[in-house]
Design a protein. Sequence first.
Lengths: 347, 558
Amino acid sequence: MFDNFPLFPPEASTLAGEVDLLFFFLIAVSMFFIVLIFLMVAVFAIRYRRRSSDEIPTPNLGSLRLELVWTVVPLLIAMVIFGWSANLYFKMARVPDNAMDIYVVGKQWMWKFQHPEGNREINELHVPTGRPIRLTMTSEDTIHSMYVPAFRMKQDVLPGRYTTTWFQATKPGTYHLFCAEYCGTQHSGMVGSVVVMEPREYEAWLAGDTSGGSMASGGEKLFNQLGCVTCHLPDGSGRCPTLVGVFGKPVQLITGEQVVADEAYIRESILRPNAKLVSAYQPIMPTYQGQVSEEGILQLIAYVKSLAPAAETGQTQGTTPGGAAAPGNTGTAPGTTRALPSNRSNQ
Amino acid sequence: MSAHVVPTPGETVVARPTPNYLTNGYGLKSWLFTIDHKRIAILYLISITTMFFLGGFFALLIRLELLTPPGDLMEAEMYNRMFTMHGIIMIFFFLIPSIPAVLGNFLVPMMIGARDLAFPRINLLSWYVYVVGGIFTLTAVIFGGVDTGWTFYTPFSTTYSNSNVALTAVGVFITGFSSILTGLNFIVTIHKMRAPGMTWFRLPLFIWAHYATSLIMVLGTPVLAISIVLVAADRLFQIGVFNPAMGGDPLLFQHLFWFYSHPAVYIMILPAMGVMSELVTCFSRKRIFGYTFVAFSSLAIAVYGFLVWGHHMFTSGQSIYAGLLFSVLSFLVAIPSAIKVFNWSATMYKGSISYDTPMLYAFGFIGLFTIGGLTGLFLAATSVDVHVHDTYFVVAHFHYIMVGGAIMGYLGGLHYWWPKMMGRLYPEAWGRFAMLLIFAGFNLTFFPQFVLGYLGMPRRYHAYPDEFQVLNVMSTAGASILGVGYLIPMIYFVWSLRQGEVSGPNPWGATGLEWTTPSPPPTENFDVTPVVTEEAYSYSKEEPEIVGGDKSTRASFQ
């Protein structure tokens, strides 16, 4: 049992080293205060030990100067740690523009992954090195938490909403994947691994799966099966708004408000169609709650994302569309994800 | 019920010794219907000690299961119930009542020169409420337990758990009222019943700490009650407040829960800090260094404590801007704790320091609380917290605060005031030995968990990967030592009740009104209401010094 006894986790993402650096700084600060206080207590306890039972020392009441020192100095150190940490926290939250999407559904007690190309995995996630990867995650039941210690990455996965996080793997290898939020009986069984591969190997791995089409094509099938296609006509002449080119763009609501058509908005519109009605349309759409799985919804979203106006597809690569407020939209990301399925279909 | 007849001052001077609170009535009825704060403290002592060993038994099973990587000692379902019951019992039924309900009940009136708390009947009621809450929770244990974790996170607790959530929730709900009643009683007592001359700035710091604790109890506990009621209602009547499928929000529960449960950490640690101020001054024979700073830092902790709940939610999906605000406030709440530690250390400077058992606990407290507090900075730092949140790092951190801090404080206080409560001394050598054993066992149990946490071992795991085993074996070995360490005081305390050396009113040569009355104290505490003429901890009659100060700064310290 002693041959496998690590004391520090592997660093396998671009941010892992930065988290560790702050961690070591915190250890240094802690050691300083622990040693200082230990020395104070130990030296005083020995030097001023009671030598006779009737000894009464001279009292002293305090020192404003000392009080200020040990209030202000720890406060300044704490603020340095806060600033450093906050800066890194922003980096963790801000998904890079060229991130590749992977969709995650957590359920008691497994992790389900879908690659936009259509590959599906359970409790195992294959990713390439050198490329930021955005995880868009939801849960089918209770709260889970996606935790990969080697990436210093953790994000809770909630039912009824999408949470996102990202990482960029740096070292090929197999790393632990844990559910970190207690989720019931087999919580400790909701584990798996992240397999980080060189990009070339990853492409080969992607191509190796012949089970079916891309997420978008799966979404298209659902779109037809569920009858969405009968009202959401591509040219906008149907009883419901067209979905072509909608993703990532602002939508005018009947209330006069504008919302950005992101993943969360599309999901809500499928499950609770009347929550945010598009202006000039009637509330005729029924709810699809219970008729489509979380994975199905993600496929529908992938399909909606893929519906770019014919004229635009050629141009979006590398340009940033106007609606820059959409979370993580930032132009190139949808462009790249759209590009991948077409690569696949060419193969 | 002769216990409640207060003799007139003239009667107490007769030669025949007046009965003390323990000998004033012997039957079970004289205990169960007592309204003497000292007897109620003893009732609490017995109840919470029972709960402590029950919670400890669950901890033992947890550590035994974690000795090996696969889940082999018990089923996952059983393991989940063990850690849930360990948490619920230790937090709601041991740590929260521990120092306030036992030492606070016994000492708050005595330290301020009062005959009892302001509302003696409400005080008794609080114990009955505690017992009823305990019975509900223990019934839930007998009928199979509960598996939500002590945090009751939704929607797991409201929709997915197949265990006795509602019954346990009712138990916790009821017990909350016991702490509200205690807090209310302390606040009124401290405001209205101080002896003549006992001004606010002459109060022992134990009282300041209990005042701050009481504020949290009164203001925070109702929020816990609301959250727990909503969980039970959601579960029983499907009202859907926390159920996203019905338009509810599971994160709302986390906000409500931590709005109480983070301040609850300070309910556990502030009274221990109060005990610390008494121990360090007594065993150094010194005035406290920076009285006003120590006193107001308690209030600062109580106030800031209400503003930091979101630091439990950095990875929950709450807004990152909210995360930053909670982060900076969490760093601020660390400062008053640091002030206290520095002032206790400075109090020892040029003191006359003895190594009696309570002082050893004080040394232990300073060491473990410092480590617990500093690792709190790691968790307040958002981006490091992302990695260590919900891992053993957090488990280690809060055990350093709650076990290393609060229980060291509680045991230190119990050893310090035991002669006052019982009139007998415990065997000193055994006391020191048990303290060293607890200190060693504690560090061996919980220090490896910091390493485990940074390695990435999530908490609440029934089975774990092989490479975490060595550290887990160390932790279990430490827990065995810790368990023995806790049993020893239990044995010698009981032994001392009849066999211990008679202590006399003031075995430590301490200042404070509680030491001016016989041990054990008479039912009415003081024959004559004391009149206070000096500051707290006036061990010396000499003119006090101010380090690095002059006459003009003196005023701010007096």
